[in-house]
Design a protein around this ligand. Structure first.
Ligand SMILES: Cc1ncc(C[n+]2csc(CCOP(=O)(O)OP(=O)(O)O)c2C)c(N)n1
Ligand code: SF4
Ligand SMILES: [Mg+2]
Length: 351
């Protein structure tokens, strides 16, 4: 048996959300990952975020690649749609699904090996196309599933468990996402649920490509002194630029810059992000400023976390392509096949 089904026992006093579900309704199978793996904390944060957001499980599609991280969609949202794709290919399969049915909420889960090596091209293109999705990269600096080889996100100088130093430059996934045009870019830590849950909620509500890099220590192969992706290292070097609160709101919204460094940012769906500024000179609306801050922090060995960039005018791939509001998978033959006469006219126009 490769998985364990959770017993369906609900405590009668478990709180329910607005649509009547308890947190248990957002769980999946029992995790088979190593005890203490950061990825399990991210699954717990996804469950919490979806419960708090009142997501209807059948309206969410979770897709992943290959790796310990990519196994995790089996451990949450057991009543949602799921597709465990091939190594590094989650973005293209998700893009196809999103184009066919724009009505679902798309959550892509990947690892640093899956996204920064074999899937680097796919990652870059799904960001620049603005596919409406939340891309969660569970970043541990190693290929956990294949026994701990350095991945492309391992910092130069970082040491393996056997003491060998990585000599290659790291791919910085948040910088790359910014460069490729992602409209929501954040970094967090699996050990910081208070920061991570609101970031996941905000990313799910964002219309466009939302990228969330989560440092997620691998306790089996990359949690020793000398690693820059260990629990201790990230706790000691975590520099949060802001803290986020998220309100799903159905009321009318106005932008309000209140005192004390709190910024309110309305979203397309009517929800509000409340950003508490921690770094006075950090403006999450300025892409170039974000890239400079990330590069400076990396030079000092700091892990910059929080909402790093949010485009005020975000749009998704469907807006770029001017597709119909009705999802393609709901259109009938009449709409999808305009007939021989129309084909003739199109061909004539191109001659
Ligand atoms: C085409 C292909 N090449 C290589 C592999 C072997 N492989 C499986 S998982 C993996 C890397 C996983 O690393 P990451 O995405 O960081 O996930 P983690 O296990 O660290 O969470 C590799 C190289 C594969 N499954 N398929
Ligand atoms: S090998 Fe590492 S990444 Fe995989 S489950 Fe164990 S701790 Fe997590
Ligand atoms: Mg990894």
């Amino acid at each position: 048996m490769t998985y364990l089904t959770k017993p369906r026992l609900h405590h009668p006093t478990l709180p329910a959300n607005r649509i009547g579900y308890t947190r248990r309704d957002y769980e999946g199978k029992v995790s088979t990952l190593c005890a203490g793996c950061g990825h399990d904390s991210i699954s717990a944060a996804i469950i919490q975020a979806c419960w708090e957001l009142d997501v209807e499980p059948h309206r969410l599609a979770k897709l992943s690649g290959i790796g310990c991280s990519s196994k995790t969609p089996d451990y949450f949202l057991g009543q949602s749609h799921g597709f465990n794709t091939v190594h590094g290919r989650m973005p293209s399969v998700l893009t196809g699904a999103n184009l066919a049915n724009r009505d679902l909420i798309y959550l892509g889960v990947s690892g640093d090996g899956d996204s920064a090596s074999i899937g680097l091209g796919q990652f870059a293109h799904v960001m620049r196309r603005g596919v409406n999705m939340t891309y969660v990269l569970e970043n541990n600096g190693v290929y956990g599933l294949t026994k701990g080889q350095f991945s492309a996100t391992a910092d130069a100088g970082s040491k393996s468990k056997r003491g060998v130093a990585n000599t290659e430059a790291a791919v910085d996934t948040v910088s790359l996402a910014l460069l490729m045009g992602a409209t929501f870019v954040a970094r967090s830590f699996s050990g910081d649920k208070k920061q991570l849950v609101p970031l996941i909620k905000a990313a799910l509500a964002h219309e466009g490509a939302a990228f969330l890099d989560v440092i997620s220590p691998c306790v089996a192969f990359n949690n020793h002194p000398g690693s820059t992706k260990s629990y201790d290292y990230v706790r000691e070097h975590n520099e949060a630029v802001n803290r986020l609160d998220f309100w799903p709101s159905r009321e009318s919204i106005t932008v309000d810059y209140t005192d004390g460094g709190v910024i309110e940012v309305p979203q397309h769906d009517g929800s509000i992000l409340k950003l508490r500024k921690l770094a006075a000179d950090y403006d999450p609306g300025d892409r170039v400023n974000a890239m400079t801050h990330i590069a400076r922090a990396a030079e000092k060995g700091e892990v910059l976390t929080g909402l790093l960039y949010l485009a005020p005018d975000a749009e998704d791939l469907h807006a770029h392509l001017n597709t119909t509001d009705v999802p393609f998978n709901k259109l009938g033959e009449k709409e999808l096949c305009p007939g021989a006469g129309m084909l003739e006219r199109i061909n004539a126009a191109l001659r």
